[in-house]
Design a protein around this ligand. Structure first.
Ligand code: ZN
Length: 253
């Protein structure tokens, strides 16, 4: 079914202020209730059902002032960490497995571009470019990172599945914007490749989380006890993901 026929276009958001907080207001025909979020540029954004009065958005923003302030602080911290790393370039820094790595880019006489991960002295990602390869660094790195992610996730699945007494039927690697992993009732697991950028303990937690869903659906207390029985530091990993989600999504920009 063509999407454009059933999806009315979103109207451009307008800037407003309530109780000293500047925010963007967007009307949506599809929203059933008022929603408050932070957009990709770090603006508080209220999505309002088309029939709700604007005063409802102002009142909500006033009520959630402290929450907005905390989100803006977190956004600024992530932005600052991201910017301190600078652009992707030879001699630049790229965070892999939670560790800053030096990017070492060389043009070689090889027929194909290859990437080497070398932690022997200074953690380094060495990109050995084929002379004819003129792609920007981001897609070159992303292809490699997806393969690294697959290998890392598969290693953790193999180690953790027996501990949880489950057997996944398939594991896939994706780039979902809003979730780090998912599990289907048929036993198929999928994970964001960006988890390979996070500390290994965080990737391990997400793998255990999705494997645990093969034993317990939803997030009842029994689910969390199962997860914590295998990964006692699960809460720290969840906090890490909340504090670094945007950074992982910005990593190649
Ligand atoms: Zn879950």
């Amino acid at each position: 079914m063509p999407r454009s026929a059933s999806r009315p276009p979103l109207r451009a958001p307008v800037a407003r202020e309530a109780s000293g907080v500047t925010y963007l207001l967007r009307r949506s025909e599809r929203a059933r209730r008022l929603r408050l979020s932070l957009d990709d540029d770090g603006n508080a954004l209220v999505t309002l059902p088309s029939r709700a009065p604007v005063s409802a958005a102002d009142a909500f923003v006033a009520l959630r002032r402290d929450w907005i302030a905390r989100q803006l602080q977190r956004y600024a911290a992530e932005r600052a960490r991201h910017e301190s790393r600078g652009p992707l370039r030879d001699g630049g820094t790229f965070v892999l497995s939670g560790q800053p790595h030096r990017l070492d880019v060389r043009v070689t006489s090889r027929a194909r571009t290859t990437i080497e991960h070398d932690d022997s002295i200074v953690p380094t990602i060495r990109i050995l470019r084929a002379p004819a390869d003129e792609r920007p660094l981001a897609p070159v790195l992303e292809r490699w990172l997806r393969r690294e992610a697959r290998a890392a996730v598969e290693r953790r699945v193999t180690a953790r599945a027996p501990q949880l007494g489950v057997t996944p039927t398939a594991v896939s690697i994706r780039d979902q914007r809003s979730r780090w992993g998912s599990a289907s009732r048929a036993g198929r697991l999928s994970f964001s490749w960006r988890l390979v950028l996070a500390p290994p303990a965080v990737l391990d937690y997400v793998v255990v989380h999705e494997l645990a869903h093969l034993a317990v659906f939803g997030h009842p207390p029994a689910f969390w006890s199962l997860v914590r029985s295998v990964v006692p530091e699960a809460d720290a990993a969840r906090r890490w993901l909340r504090a670094h989600a945007r950074e992982l999504h910005w990593s190649l920009s």
